[in-house]
Design a protein around this ligand. Structure first.
Ligand code: GLA
Length: 389
């Protein structure tokens, strides 16, 4: 239903009136820089052309009503005065959380509203459908209530909503990529300062292909928070010998010199990943600027190995996918992407090899796991925006 007219029709069917506005926010795929965004490091995602559309209309009272076109328009109702963090298990916690974050930040939202969402990216597979849902809501609030705030600020408020209202301690990468993406570019973001650059991704002979493993392990949420804690513990130890305020602010050489101060071997491995992954991400930008796509691919492969062995957020299925990909001629680089424990692999594949790649990966993966993966050929898209009216 990227067809805006269909979304509008569905809105009328669900809520009985026309929407005032339609917005869209994309999902994202991270090329490299995984689990660095809560360690003060760099990330390198690009926005997708798929994501979440939102149609909405202000109301004369303080009611908030949310419906999803994918869920047959079932309506969830609350109101502006009942928003309460960490109490919701429903999907509407994401848009509610964004409204709550806007109100807390002092933005004037003086009436309720009806919202209808439609997503065309799979959820829970590491492509940030929840960030897209949040950012589509944030842009809707800005446009519908005439609020003055930048897209960067929207990304930060959406992250706050996810941290405080939904209860997931994520970094800012997903919301930032969704809000700030640019067609045919990746966003090279320093998560410590929020300074960013757009890096052109016009690869003449190669394309980005996402492979969905079709698995999601239940560990994902709690393991994410464990990793954060382990990194914090490693940082505390490092701080006793080095003046730094984030793991990603130290170089691999500095890390090697002081690593033994981290007594716990698990925390030491986690810190090693964060430090080296940040260095790889900076090197990946340099490689891209020099048009050295093969070096970029090599760094992606190293990133996977580090996520698999040191950060331990991969899983058997993602390892099978990457091993398969690495063995296929024309594959420039491949790694798991997103939080991990299932979800997707991102790969860069020579254009002429894409057909063979999808066939071999599908056959090999099905033979080993009994699962049929799905493929998304990526064209980096623009960030969140108003679509209609
Ligand atoms: C999830 C989080 C992000 C980031 C990645 C891992 O997508 O939402 O903030 O930490 O995992 O790189």
């Amino acid at each position: 239903m990227r067809d805006t007219n269909k979304l509008i029709e569905k809105f009328i069917k669900t809520f009985g009136e026309e929407p005032e506005l339609v917005t869209f926010a994309p999902g994202r795929v991270n090329l490299i820089g995984e689990h660095t965004d809560y360690n003060g490091g760099h990330v390198f995602p690009c926005a997708l052309t798929r994501g979440v559309s939102c149609a909405a209309r202000r109301r004369g009272d303080r009611k908030l009503r949310f419906a999803s076109a994918d869920l047959r328009g079932k309506i969830i109702t609350t109101d502006l005065d009942s928003l309460s963090p960490l109490t919701r298990r429903l999907w509407s916690a994401y848009p509610e959380g964004v409204i709550h974050a806007f109100l807390e930040a002092g933005f004037f939202i003086d009436s309720g509203a009806d919202f209808l969402f439609y997503g065309d990216i799979p959820s829970g597979v590491g492509l940030s459908s929840s960030a897209a849902l949040e950012v589509a809501t944030g842009v809707m609030l800005r446009e519908m209530f005439g609020l003055r705030l930048s897209s960067e600020r929207i990304a930060l408020l959406c992250q706050r909503a996810e941290n405080r209202y939904v209860g997931v301690s994520c970094g800012v990468m997903d919301q930032f990529a969704s809000a700030m993406g640019r067609a045919d570019h990746a966003v090279f973001l320093d998560t410590a300062t929020l300074r960013f650059d757009y890096a052109p991704l016009a690869m003449e002979n190669a394309e980005i292909v996402i492979v969905d493993s079709k698995v999601k392990h239940s560990l994902a949420g709690s393991a994410y928070n464990d990793r954060r804690r382990e990194c914090e513990q490693a940082l505390e130890a490092i701080k006793t010998v080095l003046d730094t305020d984030a793991l990603c602010h130290i170089t691999p050489d500095q890390f090697e010199a002081v690593k033994d101060v981290i007594a716990d071997p698990v925390c030491r491995k986690r810190a090693k990943h964060a430090v080296y992954e940040n260095a790889r991400t900076v090197a990946a930008l340099e490689a891209l600027e020099k048009n050295d796509i093969f070096e970029f691919g090599r760094l992606m492969n190293e990133s996977h190995i580090s996520l698999r062995d040191d950060y331990e957020v991969s899983c058997a299925e993602l390892d099978i996918l990457t091993e398969l990909a690495w063995g296929i001629p024309g594959v420039i680089g491949a790694r798991m992407t997103g939080g991990g424990f299932g979800g997707c692999m991102v790969s860069i594949v020579e254009k002429s090899a894409v057909g063979g790649f999808t066939e071999s990966v599908a056959a090999g993966y099905e033979a080993k796991t009994g699962l049929k993966p799905s493929f998304i050929r990526v064209r980096p898209g623009d960030g969140a925006r108003k679509l209609a009216f």
